[in-house]
Design a protein around this ligand. Structure first.
Ligand SMILES: Nc1ncnc2c1ncn2[C@@H]1O[C@H](COP(=O)(O)OP(=O)(O)O)[C@@H](O)[C@H]1O
Ligand SMILES: O=C(O)[C@@H](COP(=O)(O)O)OP(=O)(O)O
Length: 310
């Protein structure tokens, strides 16, 4: 790489060469098609070159991109771009993607992370592994099962739907770990995406649901056949045996319905995951709306966002 000829982008604490790819990604997150986003990133790069700019502050670059988008009549994209740059650069955001096994939480979480440039995605099944190391099987036997088999080790005196009770008991300890990670991220100012089946809206403490920096989205697949097909798809590319998920499919569907019901109860948006690109766009729209509220709560105008140091 010829650093001598590169344009340097200067942030508050670091410098890096101008990357058309990174800029294009920010523009797709703001709603542009990748091909157009890349063309605009290229145009901006050319513009800076023509002006013989060798070093540019991040906030200047942000301002230029914003006005360039406006000049091309992408007013809505410009607004979203500004919102995202400001929030991701300065405020931690925790995105929770819940949903029963197989509805696509990890796939969608990784897509959103790559669009937004959030470097950290944590699956709740990893947190479950950590909890298994610190809590014995004797103490919480349900933790050692899967979400859909936990009912097998319930104590006999549980009332109600045993499959859902098992799922709840299984998820409780995992949620304690999830809440610990959220606390840490908010304190440290780190953004993160957490995904998985253990994110039960009615069991997560209200203080997280009410936090403007935490955005919770529930994924679902309403069509049973489509949901079943996802386990065949996953079985082909991973070591997770399709037969196991098909054997417990009825219970997984029960968990799916329960997740949707509890999401609705808590006012959490439910998104159907049929086509990946559409699911991601829907999720990004939900997240953007939440960010607008967060910025409004802080009383920031567009002018303020342009002025904020990047
Ligand atoms: N919208 C989608 N269209 C087609 N396949 C999908 C979609 N979302 C996920 N998949 C596939 O379905 C399978 C299950 O998805 P995964 O993300 O592993 O689910 P989860 O993490 O919710 O258990 C994977 O093989 C994944 O690639
Ligand atoms: O408990 C469960 O439902 C799944 C969760 O993982 P995902 O299918 O959501 O990735 O884990 P399992 O015990 O089958 O490995």
């Amino acid at each position: 790489m010829d650093l001598q000829n590169d344009i340097i982008v200067r942030g508050k604490s670091y410098e890096m060469p101008f990357s058309k790819g990174i800029l294009a990604r920010s523009l797709t997150a703001a709603g542009l098609k990748p091909s157009i986003a890349y063309r605009i990133a290229w145009d901006i790069y050319e513009m800076l070159k023509k002006e013989n700019i060798k070093v540019i502050d991040k906030s200047d670059l942000r301002r230029r991109v914003y006005y360039y988008l406006i000049s091309k009549n992408y007013d809505e994209v410009a607004k979203k771009y500004l919102l995202w740059r400001m929030v991701l650069g300065r405020r931690p955001i925790v995105i929770l993607i819940g949903g029963a096994s197989g509805v696509g939480t990890s796939t969608i979480a990784f897509e959103i992370a790559s669009r937004l440039g959030i470097p950290s995605v944590i699956g709740t099944d990893s947190i479950r592994e950590v909890m298994r190391k610190v809590i014995s099987r004797e103490l919480i036997p349900t933790l050692y099962e899967s979400s859909y088999t936990a009912w097998k080790v319930l104590r006999e005196n549980e009332d109600g739907n045993i499959y859902i009770k098992g799922f709840e008991r299984h998820s409780e300890a995992v949620l304690t770990g999830v809440e610990g990670v959220i606390d840490r991220c908010l304190i440290e100012g780190q953004s993160v995406i957490m995904e998985g089946t253990h994110l039960i809206p009615t069991l997560l403490k209200d203080k997280y649901l009410e936090n403007p920096n935490v955005v919770f989205i529930m994924l679902t697949i309403y069509d049973e056949k489509l949901h079943k097909m996802r386990f065949y798809a996953r079985g082909r590319v991973s070591s997770r045996p399709t037969e196991r998920y098909l054997k417990y499919f009825k219970i997984i569907r029960m968990i799916n319905d329960y997740m949707v019901e509890t999401a609705k109860k808590k006012g959490i948006p439910v998104v159907e995951n049929i086509k990946i690109s559409k699911t991601v766009d829907n999720c990004l729209n939900i997240i953007t709306e939440r960010l607008k509220t967060m910025v409004e709560l802080e009383g920031l105008s567009e002018e303020d966002m342009l002025e904020e140091e990047a």
